[in-house]
Write a protein that binds this ligand. Structure first.
Ligand code: FES
Length: 85
C-alpha cells in the first residue's frame, strides 16, 4: 500500500492543497486504485516556502499545483505501485 500525503498546513492550504487533494481523489477514482493507495492530508511537512508539498512514499515534492497532479501520478505513483518506470 502506497501512501500519498498532501500537506494541509496553513501555507500549503493557501496555495491550493485542497485542489491538489481533489485532483488526486479524481485520478484515484478514475483508475479504481482506492485499494492500492492511502491518500491523506498531513500537517506541515516543513517545506512551507516551496508551495504545496506532497509526499509519495518517502519522496517529497514541492510546488505542486492541481495541474501537476496528473504527471506526478503517471511518473511517481504508477511506477511505485506497479514497480515499473
Ligand atoms: S505548510 Fe505545507 S510544508 Fe509547511
Amino acid at each position: 500500500m502506497l501512501t500519498i500525503q498532501v500537506c494541509v498546513g496553513s501555507s500549503c492550504f493557501l496555495r491550493g492543497a485542497m485542489n491538489v487533494i481533489a485532483e488526486f481523489e479524481n485520478i484515484i477514482a478514475h483508475y479504481k486504485m482506492d485499494d492500492l493507495l492511502i491518500l491523506k492530508g498531513n500537517f506541515c511537512l516543513e517545506r512551507c516556502n516551496e508551495g504545496t508539498t506532497v509526499k509519495i512514499g518517502e519522496k517529497v515534492f514541492t510546488g505542486i499545483r492541481c495541474e501537476d497532479v496528473n504527471g506526478l501520478f503517471d511518473n511517481e505513483v504508477i511506477p511505485a505501485v506497479f514497480g515499473v518506470k
